[in-house]
Structure formats: C-alpha cells, structure tokens
Design a protein around this ligand. Sequence first.
Ligand SMILES: O=C(CO)COP(=O)(O)O
Length: 253
Amino acid sequence: MTTTPRKFFVGGNWKMNGSTKSIQTLVDTLNKAHLPVEQVDVVVAPPAPYLALVRSTLDSKLGVSAQNVYAAKSGAFTGETSPLFLKDLDIHWTLTGHSERRQYFRESSEYVAEKTKFALDQGLSVIACIGESLIERETGATNAVLASQLEPLAAALTAADWARVVLAYEPVWAIGTGKVATPAQAQDAHKYIRSWLAKHVSPAVAQATRIIYGGSVTAGNCGELARMGDIDGFLVGGASLKPEFTQIVKARL
Ligand SMILES: O=C(CO)COP(=O)(O)O
C-alpha cells in the first residue's frame, strides 16, 4: 500500500491569555518568522474576542482557530460562538473537547462529538482533543478512556469528515504542569489511537489522520517527541505565547 506522508501540524492554543498589545506583538513575531509553511501547517487559537484582529493581521499562510464553538448556526444561545461567525471572519478551524472544557464546563464526549460534527458540516476543520487524567493513567485506564472519547466521534463522523480532523492527544496530567509525557509514553498513546481508528473507522483514515501531542511541549523537548513515528505535530499551550513557538514549529525539520 502506498501511503502519503502526513504533513506536520503545530497548533498554538493561547487559552484565556493576552491583550490587544501582547497579541499584536505575538502576531508580529509570527509574521516575521518566515515559518516553513510548505512543510508544516501552523494554526493559532486566540481567545474569541481577538479572532478578527488576529485573522486580519496574521500572515494568511498561517491558520487561525477558535478555541470552542457551538452546535447551532444562530439563535438564542447567549455567549456562544457559531461556526458561521468563524467562516464570516475567514477562520477555518476550531478546537473541540479540550480537557479544560471537559473539566470546567462539563462537556461530555457525546457533546464534543456533536459539536465536532456540526462544525465539520458547516465547512470548518477541527482539532479534536482527547486525553486521560492522572488517576486514569495510574489505574491503567488510559486506553479505555481514549476509546470512550473516540467512540462518539467515530459514531458521528463520516470517513470524508475525518479528512478535516486533527486529533490532539493531550494527557491532562501533562497540561500546564511542566511534566511532559516521555516520547515513549506519547508514542504508545498515539499508536493506540491510530490502531483504534484502523479498527473502528478504517485503515485509510488511521493512516491519514494527524495525531498531535499536547502537554508541556517546549523548544527543549519537542525534537525528541517529533521523531516518534505516530506523532504528527503538537498542540502547544504556554510556549505558544512565547517566541520559542517558532522553534517548536520547526521541530521536525
Ligand atoms: O493544553 C494544552 C494545549 O491545548 C497544552 O498546554 P501547555 O503546553 O501549557 O501544557
């Protein structure tokens, strides 16, 4: 079977950080970095109020993503963001299912799948996040948790949908803790996710889908992680607010 190599993908999740001033500085740094967009897809996810500013000032070769989206086009849903707003702003990506949304906003895997499907149906691409907590890892439940998070997604999505999905494996215990997964731990989880896709979706989807790692990724640890066969990029939190993000983008070069 001939297989197309998966293009490296690096996302920057700015979470609930920044100001007009700091975001303009960050955009300026990214614009001047001449990032290798032929080899790497680069997508940044600013807080919602800054999406329009970032899209209108960031180099158009770099993608912009929302951090969250709602599963309706419009209506009485105070405080929510429609996928249509994003398209109107020329923004083509959204995150779904980040562990902080699962944890603090009680988003279930079924709800994450519903939002993911709705966003895809409106023409967006999605970075869908999954990952286990520390207690789940310590009790040997990692693979079962990943499967339970993947199941509703696989039930909702068609094979064609998967072409616009990037899966982010983000172990909760590694997020914002400085405790990065070892390359072997991350590779094991990514390999499991890919084998799950092969079995429950299709071998072609498993081969083509990018699975990126998130959790305390830095310029210092990204090189080793990027050499693992099933790690196709990163979703970077804290370090995406710093100039070192440009080095992480080049981790695989
Ligand atoms: O949650 C993350 C990205 O979505 C990872 O955050 P940190 O890189 O700050 O650990």
